[in-house]
Design a protein around this ligand. Structure first.
Ligand SMILES: NC(=O)c1ccc[n+]([C@@H]2O[C@H](COP(=O)([O-])OP(=O)(O)OC[C@H]3O[C@@H](n4cnc5c(N)ncnc54)[C@H](OP(=O)(O)O)[C@@H]3O)[C@@H](O)[C@H]2O)c1
Length: 215
C-alpha cells in the first residue's frame, strides 16, 4: 500500500491533499453514520504523520457538519507535515484548539475528555510506523481501550502491524475501521479482525490500474 500511495502521488500525479481529503471525508461520514446528532462529543486523536492528517481532515468535515470535535495531537503542532498542517491551520482558523501531547505524563489528562466522548477517532498511526510502539503511543492506546468508548480507527487500528495483524505490543480495539483503497493484510490476518471491528473499505481515488501494476 505504501508503494501504491507513492505511485498515485509521484507517477500519476494525484496531489496528496486530494487523497487526504477523500480519506478524511470518508472517516467523517462514518462518524456521522454512527452518531447522527452533531451535538455529541467526538474526540479525535491524531499522530504527526499522514494518518494523523486524515484525522485532522475528518475533524474539519465534522466541524463543517456542526460537530464540535475535541482534538489532540501526539507532539508539537510545528512537527506536522505540509498537508496535515494545512488542516490544522483551517481548524485553528475556525476556532478549534489542538491539544498538543508532548510528554507521557500529559497522556493521563486525556482520561477526562475520553470519559466525556461518545466516540473516539483513532488517527494515531496507520501503515507508516515501525514497532515496537513508543511509550506515549502505547499509553494512549491503553487509555483508549480502557475508556470503554467506541473507537473508529483510521486505516488501521493504531499499534496493529499492518502486515502481520499482530499488536506491537498493544493495539487499539476498534468498533469500526475505515480503510482506504484496499484492505491491508494485517486487517485480515492474526488478531487483525478482532482489533479492526467492522471493516469499511473506502475508495479515495487510487486508480485500480495501480493494483495490477504491482503484481
Ligand atoms: N498517499 C497518501 O496521502 C495516503 C493515501 C492513503 C492513506 N494515507 C494515510 O496515511 C497513512 C500513512 O501515513 P504515514 O506514512 O505518514 O505513516 P503513519 O502511519 O502516520 O506513521 C508515521 C508516524 O508514526 C511515527 N512513528 C514511527 N514509528 C513509531 C513507533 N514505533 N511508535 C510511535 N510512533 C511511531 C512517526 O514518527 P517519526 O516521524 O518521529 O518517526 C510518524 O509521526 C495511512 O495509514 C493512511 O491513513 C495516505
Amino acid at each position: 500500500m505504501q508503494r501504491l500511495d507513492e505511485a498515485a502521488i509521484r507517477t500519476i500525479g494525484i496531489p496528496r491533499l486530494l487523497l487526504m481529503d477523500a480519506a478524511g471525508r470518508a472517516v467523517a461520514q462514518a462518524v456521522r453514520e454512527l452518531i447522527p446528532a452533531p451535538a455529541q462529543d467526538v474526540l479525535v486523536c491524531c499522530g504527526l504523520g499522514y494518518n494523523g492528517g486524515d484525522g485532522l481532515c475528518a475533524a474539519w468535515y465534522l466541524t463543517r457538519w456542526g460537530y464540535q470535535p475535541s482534538l489532540i495531537i501526539t507532539g508539537a503542532r510545528a512537527h506536522l507535515k505540509d498537508e496535515p498542517a494545512a488542516y490544522a491551520r483551517i481548524l485553528e482558523g475556525l476556532g478549534q484548539s489542538l491539544h498538543e501531547l508532548t510528554g507521557l505524563e500529559r497522556a493521563e489528562a486525556l482520561r477526562e475528555p475520553m470519559s466525556r466522548a461518545s466516540l473516539i477517532v483513532d488517527a494515531l498511526l496507520g501503515i507508516g510506523w515501525q514497532g515496537p510502539l513508543r511509550p506515549l503511543q502505547e499509553r494512549l492506546i491503553r487509555l483508549m481501550n480502557q475508556s470503554g468508548k467506541p473507537i473508529l480507527a483510521v486505516d488501521v487500528p493504531s499499534g496493529l502491524d499492518a502486515d502481520t495483524g499482530l499488536p506491537n505490543p498493544v493495539a487499539v480495539k476498534a468498533a469500526m475501521t475505515v480503510t482506504f483503497g484496499w484492505p491491508k493484510q494485517g486487517l485480515l490476518l492474526g488478531e487483525g479482525p478482532a482489533h479492526a471491528g467492522q471493516l469499511l473499505v473506502e475508495d479515495i481515488g487510487m486508480p485500480a490500474s495501480l493494483l495490477s501494476g504491482l503484481a
